[in-house]
Design a protein around this ligand. Structure first.
Ligand code: TEU
Length: 591
């Protein structure tokens, strides 16, 4: 039945291969490292693994710049390693989902190399080439004023002196946008998708898939950042006129022939109607999408990615209410707080100090495991891994976006200036690097990510001696009643409870409760199949708070709570007091 497809009641775990586990001593994670850790993942309770790109790539953007869709980046392993991974995943009753990055390719991809040879090249129009413009002084300028996405101070176009034209490179000069208007390009993408599905992968996360149809007039963008040379052009390159045609074709020719999970990454898409059009049961094109409203809550949109503003519980409430309401209109939400492009959630939305980290990560766990939708957990989130420490210098940051940003800052502001200090703080808060430090397996050197004596490709967070998987797995095994349940064990149990009460937590109807509370985010879940409803009460604050359980409910049992034994003794009705960062999930009797 369409409303109970397997990909709804499932938990996806995102693996960032470079930083998961190194087994061959080069300081970079690899495919065999993933295979080695499958039991850890299966015991956590995740069922689907999504791998960030492992394809052949010059790694200018960590594999989101592909130069061969049919080959593996050698340091990650071989195609045989992938076959073994797929087999081992299946043996555990799990599934594997791949990242499909087809809005652009690496400029080292043979298609691009051929396209760039001459204007007459047979593959010239596989990419988006335009002649220069000239300003009043006669200086050569890009075809329009769009800013590059990973470096807002630069143009989205790159000049190619060989043929004296610009190619569109929305993300970086190393990532050239494919021309989806060209049916040959689309057919080739269909082949790529079929190739992986025929190998037994169970679906795709589709990278920036709503950028594939661009306004073919390539107009200048309106000025949003006065004083800046290049402007955000998303109005013209995102959610374009032929997006749904292209998705329909992909669905018809390829996706519909397999029983798979499809999730489209769709930044710049906030319109509810448009979101629904994509994911609507039966007529939709993809099973679900990732949108980024929540990730905008602590951003100043006029200032771009490296900006910060304090966010409010009210903003969070409205955002989640909006995505949850999709289900009432035949849509299906995806749930995530982290991925490889975002800072760590406990650092971002809670408090990652030693005193509050564990509570904060449980709070976010309770929020996500009691909301409706398909749940995505990012590697390390289950441990409450934290952002890069404030003591690290910008030189430790590796991401192309961070490096461009810092280079620009240094060429604009002198050393020791308040601007540089501010930029450093923003880097620490927002850089994608925060999510990319090596996974912390244990307290041995390098956090057990790679062998002792090997230099990891990126520095391991200094907190690994006390924030690591082994320490957390050990606690519950010993079953010490007095010990505080660590995030890993908490997640494990929460995922179990989510399964057990799937009608409420995975599929239930969402409704806000006490929706004006300044620090507590409270919601109720209900469904026709159950006589119970559930309530989730989350104190997003370092201060104590009181919350009124609505009179029509009486909590029968608190099934999850930040303080374990303490939580179960909380009052079952009326006014409850919450400790800093405390969360509770209760099953209630109605009436
Ligand atoms: O990200 C696309 C995207 O829009 C972002 O989340 C982006 O990283 C952010 O806005 C930059 O600040 C996807 C991938 O997830 C990302 O890693 C790639 O760099 C990007 O596409 C290009 O493939």
């Amino acid at each position: 039945k369409a409303d109970r497809r397997w990909w709804k009641n499932t938990v996806v775990y995102q693996i960032y291969p470079a930083s998961f586990k190194d087994t061959d001593g080069d300081g970079l994670g690899n495919i065999n490292g993933i295979t080695e850790k499958l039991d850890y993942l299966s015991e956590l309770g995740v069922e689907v693994l999504w791998l960030s790109p492992i394809y052949r790539s010059p790694q200018k953007d960590m594999g989101y710049d592909i130069s061969n869709y049919y080959a593996i980046h050698p340091p990650f392993g071989t195609m045989d390693d992938v076959h073994r991974l797929i087999a081992e995943v299946k043996r555990r009753g799990m599934k594997l989902v791949m990242d499909l990055v087809v809005n652009h390719t690496s400029t080292e991809h043979p298609w691009f190399v051929e396209s760039a040879v001459s204007k007459e090249s047979l593959r010239r129009n596989w990419y988006i080439w335009r002649p220069p413009k000239y300003d009043k002084e006669g200086h050569r300028q890009p075809p329009n004023n769009w800013a590059c996405l990973l470096d807002e101070s630069e143009s989205a176009w790159t000049y190619h002196s060989g043929t004296e034209e610009y190619y569109l490179s929305l993300f970086s000069p190393y990532q050239a946008d494919l021309n989806w208007e060209n049916a040959d390009v689309r057919a080739e993408v269909h082949d790529v998708a079929r190739f992986w599905l025929d190998k037994g992968v169970s679906g795709f996360r589709m990278d920036v898939i709503n950028l594939i149809s661009k306004d073919q007039r390539f107009p200048d963008a309106e000025i949003l950042h006065p004083g800046k040379k290049y402007q955000p052009g998303d109005k013209y390159f995102a959610n374009g006129a032929r997006l749904t045609d292209y998705l329909q074709e992909l669905k018809e020719k390829v996706l519909s022939k397999y029983d798979i999970l499809t999730v489209g990454e769709m930044p710049f898409l906030e319109d509810e109607e448009q979101q629904l059009e994509i994911v609507k049961a039966e007529e939709g094109y993809l099973d679900m999408i990732f949108t980024f409203e929540m990730m905008g809550l602590d951003m100043v949109s006029e200032e771009g990615r490296f900006s910060f503003r304090p966010w409010s519980v009210d903003g969070l409430r409205k955002t989640i209410d909006k995505t949850q309401s999709m289900t009432t209109k035949m849509g299906w939400p995806s749930l995530f707080c982290e991925n490889h492009d975002q800072p760590r959630s406990v650092s971002r939305w809670c408090d990652d100090s030693a005193a509050h980290r564990v509570c904060g990560s449980k709070l976010l766990c309770m929020m996500q495991t009691s909301l409706t939708g398909t749940l995505y957990v990012y590697q390390g989130e289950e441990l409450g891994m934290r952002n890069i420490p404030a003591t690290w210098e910008p030189e430790e940051y590796k991401d192309v976006e961070s490096v461009s940003y810092w280079t620009h800052v240094c060429s604009t502001w002198p050393d020791g200036s308040p601007e540089r200090k501010r930029a450093k703080d923003l880097l620490r808060r927002k850089a994608r690097d925060n999510a990319r430090t090596p996974f912390q397996w244990d307290s041995t050197s390098n956090g057990g990510f790679c062998a002792a004596g090997v230099k990891p490709w990126m520095r391991v967070n200094d907190d690994y001696p006390w924030v690591n998987a082994a320490a957390q797995v050990a606690v519950a095994r010993a079953n010490e009643k007095t010990a505080i349940v660590p995030p890993y064990r908490f997640w494990q149990r929460a995922l179990d409870i989510r399964k057990q009460y799937a009608n409420l937590f995975v599929y239930g109807d969402f409704e806000l409760i006490q929706n004006t509370h300044p620090t507590v985010f409270g919601f109720k879940k209900s469904c026709i199949q159950e006589s119970d409803v559930s309530i989730t009460v989350l104190n997003f604050s370092g201060k104590e708070a009181e919350f009124m359980v609505p009179a029509e409910y009486q909590v029968r049992r608190w099934v999850m709570g930040s303080y374990d034994s303490l939580s179960t003794e909380k009052p079952k009705e009326g006014l409850i007091s919450l400790l800093p960062w405390e969360g509770l999930v209760g099953l209630c009797k109605v009436g």
